[in-house]
Write a protein that binds this ligand. Structure first.
Ligand code: NAD
Ligand code: DAU
Length: 422
C-alpha cells in the first residue's frame, strides 16, 4: 500500500535508524524526513539512503507552524512519526527555554497542522494512484473500531484534491515518541541486584539483574524531574488531549535509554567510548550508582514500525530493554571492550574513571516494564546486551571520521562548559 509518512528528527540518533528502517523496508511508502539540523542533526547519519527514490529530506523547524502546515498539505502526509526534540538532560538544565520551545511548542505545532489537514477528511487521506475502490461519502467520524484498532485502508470520497479520481484512502496516524523519564525515578531496593520478574530471548546469561522491585508501567503517574522530561511530559499530554478533544488518531510510546551507532557524543556511551580511545578522563556523575535500562536502537526502530502499524489508537506502550545496568558497571564493560578491540592490556584504562559532581536532580533508577508490548504485539528485544555493546564499540572505533566530524566545531566548547570545572 502507498503511504506518505513524515518522520521528524530523522537526522538525529534514533530518527536516522527509524528513517533507514522505513525507507528500506517499505519501498512503496514515501518517507519525508523533516529536521532542523541542530547540533544533534547530521545528514551523514543517512548517507546510505539519501539517494533512494522513496526518500526526501526537508530542513525545517517544527515550531514553524505555517511551513509545517504547507508541507503537510503539499505532500498529503497521512502519518507522522514524531521524534524531533531537544534530547539531552544536561543541556536542559542549562537552557530550559529551548526545551520548552521545541519539545512542547514544536509538538503542538505539528499536532495542529495535522489536525487542520486531517480532521476535515475524517482522518482519512487519499492515496493518489492507489487501487480504485467504491465511492462512499465519508466526512464524519474517524474510522476507529470499538476496540481502538484502526483499519489501514478505508474507502474515501471527499479529499483535499478535488478532481482526483476516487481511489483508496489511508487512515491517518500521529505517533509521538516519548521517554521513560516522564515517570520520574524508581528506588534502588536491591543494590546487589536480584533476578528480574521478566526475561526475554535476548536477556544476558551473565548479567540479568533488577535493582528494585518496582518498574515503570503505562499507568504510572507522571513525575518528571528535569526540564527535559518535564517538556516531554507536557508534549505527551498535548498529544493525548488532541485525541480526546479532536479525535486525532494518536499513539504514544515511552522508551528507555537507547544505544548504538550515530549517537551524539554528549550521551554516556559514545562520549565514554571516545574518551577511552583518546585516554581522556571519564566523568562519572556522583558515585556511578544510577541505573538505566538499555535498548539497542535498531530494536527500538523495529518496535516503532510495529506500533505504527498495529498499535491501538490512544494507547500508550512502554518500550524497554529488560536490561538494567548500574552506570559504573556499564562503564567497566565499555573500558574492557574498547581496550580489547584496540589490543590494549586488560584493565589498562580503568584509571580513567573520574568521579565528578553529580547531575542536579539526577534520577536514580529507570526500569521499564515492557510486558504490555510483548504480550499484545509480540515485540521484545532481539539483541543481547553483550552483542549490542560489542557492535556499538566496534562501530565507533571503525568510524572515527564520523566522530571527528561531530566533535569538531562547537563540541569542545560544549565539553569545557559541561565538564571543565565540574
Ligand atoms: P537526538 O538529539 O539525537 O536527535 C534529535 C533530532 O531532532 C536532531 O536531528 C535535531 O536536529 C532534531 N531537532 C531538534 N529540534 C528540532 C526542531 N525544532 N525542528 C526540527 N528538528 C529538530 O535525539 P534522539 O536521542 O535520537 O531522540 C529522538 C527522540 O526519542 C526524542 O524525542 C527523545 O525524547 C526520544 N527518546 C530518546 C531516547 C534516547 O535514549 N536517546 C530514549 C527514549 C526516547
Ligand atoms: O531514559 C531515556 C532517556 O535516556 C532519553 O529520554 C534521553 O533523551 C537520553 O539522553 C537518555 O537520558 P539519560 O540522562 O539517562 O542519558 P545520558 O547518556 O545523558 O546519561 C546516562 C547515565 O550516565 C545517567 O545516569 C547520567 C550518567 N552520565 C552521563 C554523562 C553524559 C555520567 O555519569 N557522566 C556523563 O558524562
Amino acid at each position: 500500500m502507498k503511504r506518505t509518512l513524515l518522520i521528524t528528527g530523522g537526522a538525529g540518533f534514533i530518527g536516522s535508524h527509524v528513517v533507514r528502517h522505513f525507507v528500506n523496508k517499505y519501498p512503496d511508502y514515501r518517507i519525508i524526513n523533516l529536521d532542523k539540523l541542530t547540533y544533534a542533526g547530521n545528514l551523514a547519519n543517512l548517507k546510505d539512503v539519501e539517494d533512494k527514490p522513496n526518500y526526501r529530506f526537508v530542513r525545517l523547524d517544527i515550531c514553524d507552524f505555517d511551513a509545517v502546515l504547507k508541507l503537510m498539505q503539499d505532500e498529503m502526509i497521512d502519518g507522522i512519526i514524531h521524534l524531533a526534540a531537544e534530547s539531552h538532560v544536561d543541556r536542559s538544565i542549562k537552557d530550559p527555554f529551548t526545551f520548552a520551545r521545541t519539545n512542547v511548542m514544536g509538538t503542538l505545532s505539528l499536532l495542529e497542522a495535522a489536525r487542520r489537514c486531517w480532521q476535515p477528511q475524517g482522518y482519512v487521506m487519499p492515496v493518489v494512484g492507489g487501487t480504485p475502490s467504491e465511492t462512499v461519502s465519508l466526512r464524519s467520524t474517524p474510522p476507529i473500531a470499538s476496540d481502538g484498532s484502526l483499519p489501514l485502508t478505508v474507502p474515501r470520497v471527499a479529499c483535499v484534491s478535488e478532481g482526483v479520481p476516487p481511489t483508496t484512502g489511508v487512515a491517518c496516524r500521529f505517533y509521538h515518541i516519548s521517554t521513560d523519564e516522564v515517570y520520574g525515578a524508581l528506588e534502588i531496593t536491591d543494590p546487589e541486584g536480584v533476578e528480574p520478574p521478566f526475561t526475554t530471548k535476548a536477556s544476558s546469561g551473565k548479567h540479568h539483574l533488577a535493582y528494585g522491585t518496582s518498574f515503570f508501567t503505562e499507568d504510572l503517574k507522571y513525575q518528571p524531574h528535569s526540564p527535559y522530561s518535564a517538556a516531554k511530559a507536557s508534549s505527551d499530554h498535548f498529544v493525548r488531549a488532541y485525541h480526546d478533544t479532536y479525535g486525532m488518531p494518536t499513539v504514544v510510546t515511552n522508551c528507555s535509554n537507547n544505544y548504538g551507532p550515530y549517537q551524539f557524543p554528549e550521551k554516556l556511551i559514545p562520549l565514554f567510548i571516545n574518551n577511552i580511545r583518546h585516554r581522556k578522563p571519564l566523568p562519572v556523575y556522583g558515585k556511578g550508582e544510577n541505573v538505566r535500562d538499555w535498548l539497542y536502537v535498531e530494536d527500538h526502530a523495529r518496535a516503532i514500525d510495529l506500533i505504527f502499524h498495529e498499535g491501538k489508537i490512544a494507547e500508550t506502550y512502554n518500550i524497554g530493554g529488560f536490561n538494567e545496568w548500574k552506570n559504573i558497571e556499564l562503564i567497566k564493560v565499555l573500558i574492557a571492550t574498547v581496550d580489547r578491540l584496540l589490543g590494549r592490556p586488560e584493565g589498562a584504562d580503568l584509571d580513567l574513571i573520574t568521579y565528578v559532581t553529580d547531575r542536579a536532580g539526577h534520577d536514580l533508577r529507570y526500569a521499564i516494564d515492557s510486558t504490555k508490548l510483548q504480550r499484545e504485539l509480540g515485540w521484545e528485544p532481539s539483541l543481547q546486551f553483550e552483542e549490542g555493546i560489542e557492535k556499538t564499540v566496534r562501530w565507533y572505533l571503525d568510524n572515527q571520521a564520523w566522530m571527528d566530524n561531530v566533535t569538531s566545531g562547537d563540541y569542545q566548547k560544549y565539553y569545557d562548559d559541561m565538564y571543565k570545572n565540574r
